[in-house]
Write a protein that binds this ligand. Sequence first.
Ligand code: ADP
Ligand code: ZN
Length: 625
Amino acid sequence: MNRKHNLYIKENRTFAKRQNVCMIQVLKNYFGYEKFRPLQEEIIQHIIQKKDCLVLMPTGGGKSICYQLPALLCEGTAVVISPLISLMKDQVEALKANGIAAAALNSNNDETENAEIKRACITGKLKLLYISPEKLLSEFDYFLNNIQISLFAIDEAHCISQWGHDFRPEYTQMSILHQRFPQVPIIALTATADRITRDDIINQLRLKDPRVFISSFDRPNLSLTVKRGFQQKEKHKAILDFIDKHANESGIIYCMSRSKAESVAQMLQKHHIKSGVYHAGLSSQQRNETQSDFINDRIQIVCATIAFGMGIDKSNVRWVIHYNLPKSIESFYQEIGRAGRDGMNADTILFYSLADLILLTKFATESKQQHVNLEKLQRMQQYAESDICRRRILLNYFNEVSNEDCGNCDVCKNPPQRFDGTVIVQKALSAIARTNQQIGVSMLVDILRGSFSADITEKEYDKLKTFGAGRDIPARDWQDYLLQMLQLGYFEIAYNEKNHLKITSSGSDILFGRSKASLVIITRTETITKQKKKKVVVEKELPMAMPAIENENLFEALRALRKQLAEQEALPAYIVLTDKVLHLLSISRPTTIEEFGNVSGIGEYKKNKYGKDFVEVIRQYEGVV
Ligand code: ADP
Ligand code: ZN
């Protein structure tokens, strides 16, 4: 008995081992990667055993492979339910580019196209079928009768929950899947981690005894920077400087309003920077156009409201700027997550101003869920005002404790230094006191700076003793100091009283010399050192201990070839090869097709399809031919 049992275990282990070898082989053959990311392997095994699960991973974390690989390993067709047609298109193109039979069934196709796709499903030729929830419901009978389904994957599964930010009513009818197909495993995937949404997904999908896989939400390749107190002109200058240092790099600028998105795009266009606009006020045709221009690198930048980005998997977005403060860490994290999906370094910048804070507080106060929304905004504020490692604040928000500073945020790079700012604080508070606490932030700055305006002369604020008392400090620094003072609790904003500033008791202590105020020195240095950072990420993926020396000319030559191939096939460049693969190629410089195939991110299909062309360019460069 015992021997038999041992034998059984041994056999099982060998089976598991064999299966692992097989999984790695499939990973390399189709996707070109040597290793799984944390949790991917476990999730895949779970699905292969026909068990349900919920997967929480940040945007760019590598969710797709969790269902795409089981789809390849199991018999039949995997049905992927996805809310957006553009997203399906992107995924299907990426799969096909890796030689995997996939298609999307949706209302954008014509009837013949859809009929062909269905036939391919019935004959078992498709490994993955993408479909929208409404289309799935209307085609349900056909599914029941005709195709062998290997698994259901519910992408963007948070759309099920009314509590989430992208609620879609059609998603709530997905309980039908398990009712009709109790044997087919369901994998639900999302980047939204809060508990209510999680429970909602499990309940509504009727998941059976599901395992919940939560991966780390850390995205160490994203740098985090906050710029405090900038006014419009300074923001624009900072953005232009940034873009200048990041020539040819795709980026997104998120704005709070449609009109802001448009004016920022106009500003960029005036400086001959190719940019587009994306917001809910545009027609769907206009939006699709912007999206497609961005994906195909015809424009470098998209200025958008929060509506943009869910529908794309563009892997080489190199930076995300928040022109305004987002209303919650969830939105913020999802938006910055759209940068650096290929794992290469990417930068994120948030502009934090008092004016935004005041406006968002107003919105939150007037909203239905006042309490929750104010709380969320406060957590966002905490991130923006942090003087400890910002990544720790983010991870802590997602209930992840990290004991180390990240070294890739502005606080880590330039730890805040303090000075005795008592006099500065006194000047500001004194101006507030002398107006009988009847002014808001911008009036306060005008008084301190001694700027004349109709409002000031009318109210005779120019006669105040403090008028012009802070002339030596630029307006943007005043904005910064005022944010610090708010954070330190020296004054409050009376949101119900035209946002006038009210001195608190600890503010009075400073004003009357009873205690001292310590402020953070304002530094305006640019901390992003582009080249150095890129190497760090790539080095880990090189086949041997190879020095990560990259030649820019070769990189550009490879990039030009990628562009040409992409245009021939009418595909986005990042689907042909990712930026990361291009960097790896220009460092490791393979001169045979076999070596080309060894590079991380190149599977069999791409090796055979593109190897010759790329190797030729490299050989020419190396003087081999
Ligand atoms: P998500 O859907 O979670 O936002 P994706 O599935 O699009 O993320 O994956 C993000 C990027 O990471 C893609 O470029 C993908 O090819 C890459 N990736 C996924 N798994 C691995 C892996 N095991 N090794 C290397 N890269 C990977
Ligand atoms: Zn940090």
